[in-house]
Design a protein around this ligand. Structure first.
Ligand code: ASP
Ligand code: MG
Length: 420
């Protein structure tokens, strides 16, 4: 007998029929003798619909009231789901965030979970109930409803699994698992059987949308095994687990891309102490997040260039702010592009293998794709390229690193590695 937390996303509970199907599936686990806690999202499209309503009331909706509103989507699904279980002749009970006490801070619309009181959940599990908890919501110290930010139900599920010391947290969704790349643009994309928390964190932050990144961080911190799988098939999905020896042998696990960024450059900047602070202060004051930053070496004239990326929605505002900064510090000019893609390869095997970056650069060069920025971490290499080459780059890199083959160890393929 295991304790299992199962989370079903919006597309899995998008209609009464689908909710009934989920109830049947959950009952199969219960009938095998497991204790099952279910976390549900709102019906697909519902959170968007509610958000839309809010914007018809206020240009910048009050965040406390926004949480009052958005949390209703999940209240609907958990109640309907419990009814479906009861109709099938079993006991069930649903809870909202404040009833099981998912305590969060008071940062409305992006609250963080501080603690979960699992006593009630265990009590009802022991009585043979299927316990269902509304995803995405909690309650703060003064009793106000909070939400965890879009996609937050994954985090509810993992946090519950951690608090209950569950054996596994299963994330049921409309795809079969985590893929080596986006199957919509690369026909050879393959479902990954096992991936480490760190790789999943990189993939999630670089654009893979299957799991909310905060849930992965939670899973890693509390060592919760995550199983991402499809609601609509029986196949095993992808296990996100602690890194092991076999994973280290796989150099590249996935290729991912992000089209949500824009690149800006401020050039001919005096190369003096304090300049970077002057450039970035107004940008951070405007709550604009900066991702990659590259500063050139002074070429001799006492001047340098600074290039960085921001979210695409912040592009126009960033250019405006930079115009002011350029004037103030006497920079020569600014330019940028909002039709870029950040394309990345991720793999824990990179830690122990050299030449991976060179291979990536060669692959892009062979396709005639220009790289405008590069950044690396221990297990990731990212290149900024023109957006129009996204598909081409993804397919070429997927081929070059033979990602269609299941978890191939490093020796199994020849890398274009000049050091060898
Ligand atoms: N319903 C919320 C959203 O659409 C939370 C979730 O589904 O994870 O963002
Ligand atoms: Mg989601």
């Amino acid at each position: 007998m295991a304790i299992i937390v199962q989370k079903f996303g919006g597309t899995s509970v998008g209609s009464p029929q689908k909710i009934k199907a989920v109830a049947d599936r959950v009952l199969r686990y219960k009938n095998e003798g497991h204790k099952v806690v279910v976390v549900l999202s709102a019906m697909s499209g519902e959170t968007n619909r509610l958000t839309d309503l809010a914007f018809q009331m206020q240009a910048r909706p009050d965040t406390r009231e926004m949480d009052m509103l958005l949390s209703t989507g999940e209240q609907v699904t958990v109640a309907l789901f419990s009814m479906a279980i009861k109709e099938a002749g079993h006991n069930a009970i649903s809870f909202l965030g404040d009833q099981v006490k998912i305590l969060t801070d008071s940062t409305h619309t992006k609250a963080r979970i501080q603690s979960i009181d699992t006593e009630k959940i265990f009590k009802y599990l022991d009585e043979g109930c299927v316990v269902t908890v509304a995803g995405f919501q909690g309650v703060d110290g003064v009793g106000d409803i909070t939400t965890l930010g879009r996609g937050g139900s994954d985090t509810t599920a993992v946090a519950l699994a951690a608090a209950m010391k569950a054996d596994v947290c299963e994330i049921f969704t409309d795809v079969e698992g985590v893929y080596t790349t986006d199957p919509n643009i690369c026909a050879k994309a393959r479902k990954i059987d096992r991936i480490s928390y760190d790789e999943m964190l990189e993939l999630a932050s670089l654009g893979a949308k299957v799991l909310d990144i905060r849930s992965v961080a939670f899973a890693k911190r509390y060592n919760v095994p995550l199983h991402v799988r499809s609601t609509f098939t029986e196949t095993e999905g992808t296990w996100v687990v602690e890194e092991d020896k076999i994973m280290e042998d796989v150099i590249v696990s996935g290729v991912t891309y992000n089209k949500n960024e824009a690149r800006v450059t401020i050039c001919g900047v005096p190369d003096q102490p304090g300049i970077a602070a002057k450039i970035f202060s107004p940008i951070s004051d405007a709550d604009i997040n900066v991702d990659m930053i590259i500063q050139n070496q002074d070429t001799g004239a006492g001047l340098t260039d600074m290039t960085f990326t921001v979210m695409r929605i912040d592009y126009v505002r960033t250019m405006e702010l930079l115009k002011g900064v350029a004037k103030e510090i006497g920079a020569k000019g600014i330019y940028g592009s909002d039709s870029i893609t950040k394309i990345s390869i991720v793999g824990v095997g990179m830690r122990n293998h050299s030449g991976i970056a060179t291979t990536m650069f060669n692959v892009l060069a062979n396709e005639g794709i220009n790289i405008s920025m590069i950044s690396t971490s221990e297990i990731k290499i990212s290149c900024v390229i023109a957006e129009k080459y996204t598909e081409l780059a993804v397919r070429a890199l997927h081929d070059a690193f033979v990602l269609e083959k299941p978890d191939l160890p490093s020796e199994a393929y020849e890398l274009d590695n000049p050091k060898k």
